[in-house]
Design a protein around this ligand. Sequence first.
Ligand code: CA
Length: 245
Amino acid sequence: MKELKYTILVVEDEPLISEMVMKSLKLEGYTVVVAQTGDDGLSKAKEIKPDLVLLDVLLPKLDGWEILTRLRDDPRCKDIPIIMLTALTDEKSKVQGLRGGADDYVTKPFSALELMARVEAVLKRADRPAHGGSTQSQVPVRKGDKIYLIDMDDINFIDVHRDCTYLHTDDDHFLAGNTMMEFEKILDSRKFFRAHRGYIVNLRKIKEIVKVGASSFELTMNDPEHRKIPMSRRQTSELKKLLNI
Ligand code: CA
């Protein structure tokens, strides 16, 4: 899977973390460059134009958000995939990152395994031919013996029944060839949210979050049927932050 040699820039001031990250990346065959301050990270990003940046939020000199903004403002660097390394308690991080254009987030403390999975997913997504973006815009689905291409923006939600994945739009539903995990990789993480093990929802198609028990919540979708989608409490608070409500 890794015939391609990718260069990854790690901007992280905590030596233990940057060392762990660097070792794991190197084991996977990536070329790694490390920066320990924000300004060094920014200049290295501009100089080597890495295939991916792992960007800590709290850094000396320039913080991660500032670096993210400056890279996105630079035409030569605006398409470099960026994974933010955020602190567990940093509730604002995800929303701020969504606005700033980060590609993904890993919350500290993270395992090497988790980080490698995110790195691989983001690199894979960035590899797709794109026009001004890093994700594909249509997904092939089936209805009976016909194949359709559905615009990702038209997806209301995706669910799983008896090991099959179904994609729901305003007026129909289709059998999808992708698994939930594959959808998580190909869908824009700024637009879609894994609300439940069996559901991925389009953030812009959510009508409301409803409390249905002491600690359980569900989503009402803004579709003709007002479909209900179950959620856990943890996912609820994460989603509220995402939606800024
Ligand atoms: Ca830090």
